[in-house]
Design a protein around this ligand. Structure first.
Ligand code: FAD
Ligand code: FES
Ligand code: FES
Length: 507
C-alpha cells in the first residue's frame, strides 16, 4: 500500500495550515503567488503588495516548517514571489495570525504601537512579520541582528529609529492572551507546548508521495525524493527547476513569463543536507542561503560581510546557494568567492553524475555547462588551507539589499612574502562571473608589495572590458575592480582594516 502511495503522485491539491486550520486548495494556477492567494482569494488583506519583486518587504509573511531534526523553523519570506504550491505541508502566519481585529496585540505589535513605529501603516504588517520572525528566533538580538532582520523592509515615512526601538523593546511586553506564539523559544531546551502542537500538526501533513499539479497546460511537480526528481528531469529535460524562487518568481511577476513545466526541488530531503568531510564542505542544492551561511562562515569568517549583504533575510530564507549558482547571473554574489576557493559542483542525471569546477561552469551570458535533464545536486567547497588570505568585497549603491555593481573575491597563499598561489574572481565585469587569470599571472611568484600589486591592477584591463549599464559605467567598474584589489593588498599587509571598511562589526 505504502509503495503504491509512493509511486503514484498526489494530484492537483495542496494542503497547509493557516493559523490552526488546514487549508486545502484545489485546481490552482501553480504560478499564482501566496500574496495573490491571500489577498484575492482569502481576502486576507493585511499583507500588502509594494514591489512584487522581493525588494520592499510589504508582503512579508512567516512560514513554519520542520527542519531535518523535526525542530520548528519560523522564517520570514516574501509572499509576492513565492508560488502557492510551495506552501504544501507548511504553516503560514500572516499579520492577521498575530491578532484579530480588536483582539489583544502580540508583543511585537504592542511594541510598534508604544514606540510609534507606524505612520501611514503600509509597511507596518511587513515590519511586524519580520520582527515576529526575529522574536521567535533570537532572545537578545544585538543592534546588528536587528538591522539585519529589517534589511528587507522599507519604510518611507516613519523612519527606522522608532521601529528599531520597537525591536529592542518587544521582549518586555507581556500579552499572554494574544493569539499566537508570544514566547520567544529558540534558546529554550525544548519547544513550548504551543510549538510542539505546531510540530505535531506539521508532521500530520507529511506526504509519502510526490505531488503533481496540472492547470491550463502548466505542469508543476513536487518530487519528494532524489530518485523521483532525476526521473522527472529525464522525462521533462526542458522543465524549469524551482528552488527558493527568488529568481524564478520574478520571471512571472515582473517579466510575465508563462512557465509550462516546473519541478520544485524544495521537498527533496537529499538536497537539503550539509556535510563536512575531511576536505570539503558539501552543501545540497536545496539548502537555503540562511542555512548555508553559518557553516561557510565557520570555516571562512572573512566572508561575513558578503553574506550579510546578500539580499535580505526573507530572500536568504527562501533562496538557495544552488539557485544562485545555477542562475549564473553575472552579478551573482556567491560565485566569485566560491570560485576563488576552488569550489566544484556535482551535476546528476538518472544515469550519471559528474563534477565540474565552478570556474569552468559558465560559458556566456545565461549559458552554462548544465546539460538538459541534469540537476545541480551539491556544491563542494574545499576546507581552508593554512597561510591563505581570503576576502570578498561587494560594491553597490546601498549597503543592504542591493545588487552588486562589482563584486571581487581573492584567495592567496603566501610563502615568505611571495605569492605561492592566487585566485581572483569578479562579478559585474563580464557577461559571466569570471577569474582574472591575466592579473593572477602578473602576481604569481612575485613579492606581495606595492609595485607588483600596481602592475597587477593595470593588467585587469586585459582580463575585463566591462559594459556600461544602469548600475555603473564601464570606467567606474574598471576603477572599482583595480581599487578592490588594492584594498585586498592593504588588508593583507598589516593596514588597519577599520580604515578600509564602511561596516562597523562592533555596532
Ligand atoms: C530582492 C532580491 C534581492 C536579491 N539580492 C541578491 C544579492 O544580493 N546577491 C545575489 O547574488 N543575488 C540576489 N538575488 C537573486 C537571488 O536571490 C539569488 O540568485 C538566489 O540565490 C536564487 O536562489 P533560488 O533558490 O531562489 O533560485 P530559483 O529562483 O529557485 O532558481 C534560480 C535558477 O536556478 C535554477 N535552479 C535552481 N536550483 C537548481 C538545481 N538544483 N539544478 C538546476 N537548476 C536549478 C532554476 O531553474 C533557475 O534557473 C536577489 C533576488 C531578489 C528578489
Ligand atoms: S511586495 Fe515588495 S517585497 Fe513583496
Ligand atoms: S509607515 Fe508609511 S511606509 Fe512605513
Amino acid at each position: 500500500m505504502a509503495d503504491t502511495k509512493r509511486n503514484n503522485p498526489a494530484k492537483n491539491e495542496i494542503r497547509f495550515f493557516l493559523d490552526d486550520e488546514v487549508i486545502t486548495v484545489k485546481d490552482i494556477d501553480p504560478t499564482r503567488t501566496i500574496l495573490q492567494y491571500l489577498r484575492e482569494d482569502l481576502r486576507y488583506t493585511g499583507t500588502k503588495e509594494g514591489c512584487a519583486e522581493g525588494d520592499c518587504g510589504a508582503c512579508t509573511v512567516v512560514l513554519g516548517e520542520l527542519a531535518g531534526d523535526d525542530t520548528l523553523n519560523l522564517r520570514a519570506v516574501n509572499s509576492c514571489i513565492q508560488f502557492l504550491p510551495t506552501l504544501d505541508g507548511k504553516r503560514l502566519f500572516t499579520v492577521e495570525s498575530l491578532s484579530g481585529p480588536g483582539g489583544p496585540l502580540h508583543p511585537v505589535q504592542k511594541a510598534m504601537v508604544e514606540c510609534h513605529g507606524s505612520q501611514c501603516g503600509f509597511c507596518t504588517p511587513g515590519f511586524v512579520m519580520s520582527l515576529f520572525a526575529l522574536y521567535k528566533s533570537q532572545q537578545n538580538p544585538t543592534r546588528k541582528d536587528i538591522d539585519d532582520a529589517l534589511a528587507g523592509n522599507l519604510c518611507r515615512c516613519t523612519g527606522y529609529r522608532p521601529i528599531i526601538d520597537a525591536a529592542q523593546k518587544m521582549y518586555t511586553y507581556q500579552t499572554a492572551s494574544a493569539k499566537w506564539l508570544t514566547h520567544p523559544f529558540r534558546h529554550e531546551a525544548k519547544p513550548s507546548e504551543e510549538e510542539q502542537q505546531i510540530i505535531d500538526k506539521l508532521k500530520s501533513l507529511r506526504r509519502e508521495c510526490s505531488l503533481e499539479i496540472t492547470y491550463n497546460g502548466t505542469r508543476f511537480f513536487i518530487p519528494n525524493s532524489m530518485q523521483v526528481l532525476i526521473q522527472l528531469a529525464e522525462t521533462y529535460p526542458d522543465a524549469h527547476f524551482l528552488a527558493g524562487g527568488t529568481d524564478v518568481g520574478l520571471w512571472v511577476t515582473k517579466q510575465l513569463r508563462e512557465l509550462d513545466c516546473i519541478i520544485y526541488i524544495g521537498n527533496v530531503d537529499e538536497l537539503k543536507k550539509i556535510a563536512v568531510t575531511q576536505d570539503h564542505i558539501e552543501i545540497g542544492a536545496a539548502v537555503t542561503l540562511t542555512d548555508a551561511m553559518p557553516i561557510l562562515l565557520e570555516h571562512y569568517p572573512e566572508l561575513e560581510e558578503l553574506f550579510i549583504r546578500f539580499a535580505s533575510p526573507p530572500i536568504r530564507n527562501a533562496g538557495t546557494l544552488g539557485g544562485n549558482i545555477a542562475n549564473g547571473s553575472p552579478i551573482g554574489d556567491s560565485m566569485p568567492a566560491l570560485m576563488t576557493l576552488g569550489t566544484t559542483i556535482v551535476l546528476r542525471t538518472a544515469r550519471s553524475s559528474r563534477e565540474v569546477e565552478l570556474d569552468q561552469f559558465y560559458i556566456d551570458y545565461q549559458k552554462n555547462d548544465r546539460r538538459p535533464g541534469e540537476v545541480l545536486e551539491r556544491i563542494r567547497v574545499p576546507l581552508p588551507k593554512p597561510n591563505t588570505h581570503i576576502r570578498s568585497y561587494k560594491v553597490s549603491k546601498r549597503f543592504d539589499q542591493d545588487i552588486s555593481a562589482v563584486c571581487g573575491a581573492y584567495c592567496m597563499r603566501l610563502e615568505e612574502d611571495r605569492v605561492a598561489s592566487i585566485k581572483i574572481s569578479y562579478g559585474g565585469l563580464a557577461a559571466i562571473p569570471k577569474r582574472a587569470t591575466i592579473c593572477e599571472q602578473a602576481l604569481l611568484k612575485k613579492s606581495w608589495n606595492e609595485a607588483s600589486v600596481q602592475t597587477a591592477m593595470a593588467s585587469l584591463d586585459r582580463d575585463f572590458q566591462p559594459i556600461t549599464d544602469m548600475r555603473a559605467s564601464s570606467h567606474y567598474r574598471s576603477t572599482i575592480a583595480r581599487n578592490l584589489l588594492y584594498k585586498f593588498y592593504l588588508e593583507t599587509s598589516g593596514f588597519d582594516q577599520n580604515q578600509t571598511r564602511v561596516y562597523d562589526y562592533g555596532r
